[in-house]
Design a protein around this ligand. Structure first.
Ligand code: NAI
Length: 490
């Protein structure tokens, strides 16, 4: 592998690489690792921590803390399985968030060491500082002190990610009002919580805090929680949340909050209905989870043809190319699903594209989605409504986990599997367009649904496969089988 060349530019040294990546989150480090694995001399510029949002204030810490919630539920339900304390009493678990946070940090540190050693192993040059792309593909790296380092490369990948969005009237102070960044460092369980926003982040936090013992109210502006999910899936989550006393209010607008001696009071009312101040809700913590803002403007870009739109996204074509030849953008900073695994795929895609391998563009409509609330949600492909809107004549089938043996054994019977298929001219179900799962471990069960959608498999093809028994994934097999016109257990 070629080592960096150093050239002179107006007195400053200019280090040359084959590929410079700005941003070391999943999308950026994937581009760097995959580029290096392809024989390129790669530089990666990161201003904070390698691993980005996903590793430090996103997927990994969130799922770690959700696992504490899962362990707590298991211990709470232990007596039902005949497991108790040595003295014959019931197990009475409590959450020690300090211990949970320490475990979380251990997992993060281990993974962060892994990313750093993979990059070192592939001889990626990691620059510590803020990278700004200017004219002629020169990236200036500001280290905070001393002279900037100047690097140049024929190919530059912008992977500057996103940060939590906030809303007027809810200034984040890290005490009464938090975004995901702060919630993931909670060291005490709050008594009463308002979660604003019922997307993936809002639902995960609502679920986690309710399990920890908080009284949770979820305030969502849209008519239903989990926008983008199939309506039946969202309804199943809502039903399950209701059983767990998570108070969900959709179609509401929040107007602001008034701190008092004891926490704060959130004002909200019907969305679009006057001043939106009809109801007051006293809480100890407000969690704002209303989406993430792309950081398109954080990599300089002065003197380039890269365009950042008014929402903060870097504009790209379907090959993730910006307006500047040789400059790509990937991950949360482009308007594709803001998911770490989409970032990985985009990072690898641009390397293949710049190498001239003509990879097929990624289809945002068929990527896998996984939400780790309790119950979990996982899906790939079109919802029933989206399929109809796209002009498909559809046939659907749903089956509930309540009838699944493994789910009963686990004591986790909330949720369903729904398969959306295209209706063939003969009226029978044909190609599988969407697979929607809610329930136990569905994030680990999505694999075959994802493959079915992306391989454009038909229900007849998938129904021919054997599902191991007893498993949760039998329910997917059963649902597909029923779409053939004959079923077994359903
Ligand atoms: P989101 O865009 O998925 O959901 C935000 C929700 O807030 C929407 O339902 C929206 O209607 C609502 N909202 C917006 N303004 C509001 C207001 N003023 N009052 C009440 N509700 C309001 O964003 P979220 O959940 O913050 O996640 C950000 C990104 O990160 C998303 O793309 C998400 O998919 C991704 N993510 C995915 C995860 C996963 O797949 N497990 C986990 C965490 C994040």
């Amino acid at each position: 592998m070629a080592r960096p060349n150093v050239a002179a530019l107006g007195g400053s040294s200019l280090v040359q690489h084959d590929l410079v990546v700005i941003g070391g989150g999943p999308a950026g480090y994937a581009a760097a690792l995959y580029g290096a694995a392809s024989g390129l001399d790669v530089a990666l510029v990161e201003e904070h921590l390698l691993g980005g949002t996903c590793l430090h204030v996103g997927c990994i810490p969130a799922k770690e803390l959700l696992e504490t919630a899962a362990v707590l539920r298991t211990v709470q339900d232990a007596a039902e399985f005949g497991v108790g304390a040595v003295d014959g009493g019931a197990l009475e678990p409590v959450v020690d968030l300090a211990a949970s946070q320490a475990r979380k940090q251990k997992v993060i540190d281990g993974l962060a060491r892994g990313v750093a050693s993979l990059l070192a192993g592939r001889e990626v040059t990691v620059y510590d500082g803020t990278g700004r792309l200017g004219a002629a593909h020169v990236v200036s790296i500001d280290h905070g002190a001393g002279d900037p380092t100047l690097v140049v490369s024929e190919h530059v990948v912008l992977a500057t990610g996103s940060s939590p969005r906030t809303i007027p009237g809810f200034e984040v102070d890290g005490t009464l009002v938090m975004t995901s960044d702060e919630v993931l460092s909670l060291d005490e369980v709050p008594d009463r919580v308002a979660v604003i926003g019922g997307g993936a982040i809002g639902c995960e936090f609502a679920s986690m805090l309710a399990d920890y013992g908080s009284t949770v109210t979820l305030l969502e502006a849209a008519p239903e929680i989990l926008p983008g999910c199939d309506a039946d899936a969202a309804k199943a989550v809502r039903r399950s949340f209701r059983k767990r006393r998570i108070d969900v209010h959709s179609g509401v607008a929040v107007a602001g909050h008034q701190p008092g001696e004891n926490g704060t009071t959130v004002r909200y009312g019907p969305a679009g209905g006057g001043d939106g101040e009809g109801t007051e809700l006293a809480v100890d913590l407000v969690v704002v989870a209303v989406g993430r803002r792309p950081r398109g403007d954080s990599a300089g870009l002065v003197g380039t043809r890269v365009v950042v739109d008014d929402r903060g996204f870097v504009e790209v074509d379907d090959r993730l190319r910006t307006g500047e030849h040789g400059v790509y953008a990937v991950g949360d900073v482009v308007d594709t699903p803001q998911l770490a695994h989409v970032g990985f795929a985009e990072g690898m895609f641009v390397v293949r594209d710049l190498l001239g391998e003509s990879p097929a563009p990624l289809d945002p409509a068929t990527v896998p989605w996984c939400i780790y609330s309790h119950p979990e949600v996982a899906f790939a492909g079109l919802t029933e409504a989206a399929a109809i809107e796209a002009g498909h004549d559809v046939v659907v089938s749903s089956h509930r986990f309540a009838g699944n043996g493994r789910a009963m054994i686990l004591g986790e019977v909330d949720g369903l599997v729904k398969v959306v298929a295209e209706k063939d001219p003969d009226g029978r179900a044909g190609r599988i367009l969407g697979v929607h799962l809610v329930g136990p471990w569905v994030t680990e069960q999505l694999g075959q649904g994802y493959l079915a959608v992306n391989w454009e498999a038909t229900v007849d093809e998938v129904a021919a496969f054997i599902q191991p028994h007893p498993t949760l994934s039998e329910l997917f097999g059963e649902t597909v089988l029923s779409l053939t016109g004959r079923s077994l257990h359903g």
